[in-house]
Design a binder for this molecule. Structure first.
Ligand code: KG4
Ligand code: ZN
Length: 317
């Protein structure tokens, strides 16, 4: 079964074709990052206008790359939230139009559910298949969620951030340190030449599976304001360490509590090298992490998730 995935929830216009929920036939992303970098963050109105320009060419590229025509497509999966309303609208309307014009079944995919399904994808050869029950840590620009998954489509939210999402914290910390946008990769780059030598607080929120990152960010801001950061690389390394330590420790604790078989990492922050290494090193359970380019927003993960919707016969947009 070949599914066309469409993703426009934020600042990437993306389309992909995936076979049977696992095999990537093509995966195209038109990034707007350079346009928004000028403003130091995403400007929603600019994002929707860019999606309008990019949506048709990117779908055509994905289909050409996968060597499929409308007749070969068995389904369309489109992100229908959460995200920027104006951006989501472009992808959903494009998907609905194609579905109607070519009589192809359509399903709406939750963006965070899509991120989890990046772990099912393979480009060449075989990848380990996730085994249920599992816990997924989804860390993106808008969310930090711990989700228990007992089967396809069976989710229980165990914990979430009470303030900033992990990616949001990276973006804000990079702004405080004047390291540029997007913040996650900028912090990671700066941290490479620094050491974890700046003391920053960790919010453990004991007795819960929730997270909080605004305290770490504010502590960093206070140190910068007081002129106590002499080395940005050290500050970046310390910030990254603090965030990774909390995420890894709490995820492993939840995995133990719920007796799961695996831990899955997902979302843009899953591209963070320290977080990946630390989770793999510390976890007593098998850990699955998507390929780097499948961590940040893409449509292959949406198509993969959509395939399992079709198998479960959930077909709503
Ligand atoms: O999943 P994603 O691409 O978009 C959303 O759904 O939000 O995640 C974007 C977030 C941004 O906050 C970005 O700074 C962060 O992921 N990010 C990273 C890295 N690459 C992207 N954070 C830490 N380290 C990275 N290497
Ligand atoms: Zn995302």
């Amino acid at each position: 079964m070949k599914v066309l995935g469409i993703e426009t929830s934020c600042d990437e216009t993306a389309a992909a074709v995936v076979e049977d929920g696992v095999k990537i036939l093509s995966n195209q992303v038109a990034s707007q990052v350079e346009i928004h970098a000028r403003y130091g963050g995403i400007v929603p109105e600019v994002a929707s206008r860019q999606h309008i320009l990019a949506i048709i060419p990117i779908i055509e590229q994905a289909m050409t790359g996968a060597e499929v025509t409308w007749d070969n497509l068995d389904g369309i999966a489109v992100t229908n939230g959460p995200g920027l309303a104006g951006s989501l609208l472009i992808g959903v309307n494009a998907a609905k139009a194609i579905s109607l014009a070519h009589d192809i079944p359509i399903t709406g995919v939750n963006h965070l559910e899509g991120h989890i399904y990046a772990n099912w994808l393979v480009e060449n050869g075989a990848a380990p298949v996730p085994v249920f029950p599992l816990i997924s840590l989804i860390v993106s620009g808008g969310h930090s969620d711990l989700v228990l998954m007992k089967g396809h489509g069976d989710y229980t939210l165990l914990g979430r951030t009470r303030d900033d999402a992990a990616g949001e914290a990276f973006d804000k910390a990079a702004r405080i340190l004047d390291l540029g946008y997007p913040g996650g990769p900028a912090i990671q780059r700066a941290a490479e030449s620094g050491t974890d030598s700046v003391q920053l607080p960790r919010a453990w929120l004991k007795g819960t599976n929730d997270f909080s990152f605004s305290g770490i960010k504010t502590a960093l801001l206070r140190l910068v304001e007081a002129g106590r950061i002499s080395n940005k690389a050290d500050a970046a390394a310390s910030f990254q360490e603090a965030v990774a330590e909390v995420l890894v420790t709490k995820t492993i604790a939840a995995a133990r509590e719920y007796g799961v078989k695996q831990i899955l990492l997902a979302g843009g922050v899953a591209a963070n090298r320290l977080l990946r290494q630390r989770l793999l090193k510390d976890s007593p359970l098998p850990v699955l992490i998507p390929d780097l380019k499948l961590c940040t927003d893409n449509a292959a993960m949406i198509a993969a998730c959509g395939y399992f919707h079709f198998r479960l016969a959930r077909q709503t947009v």
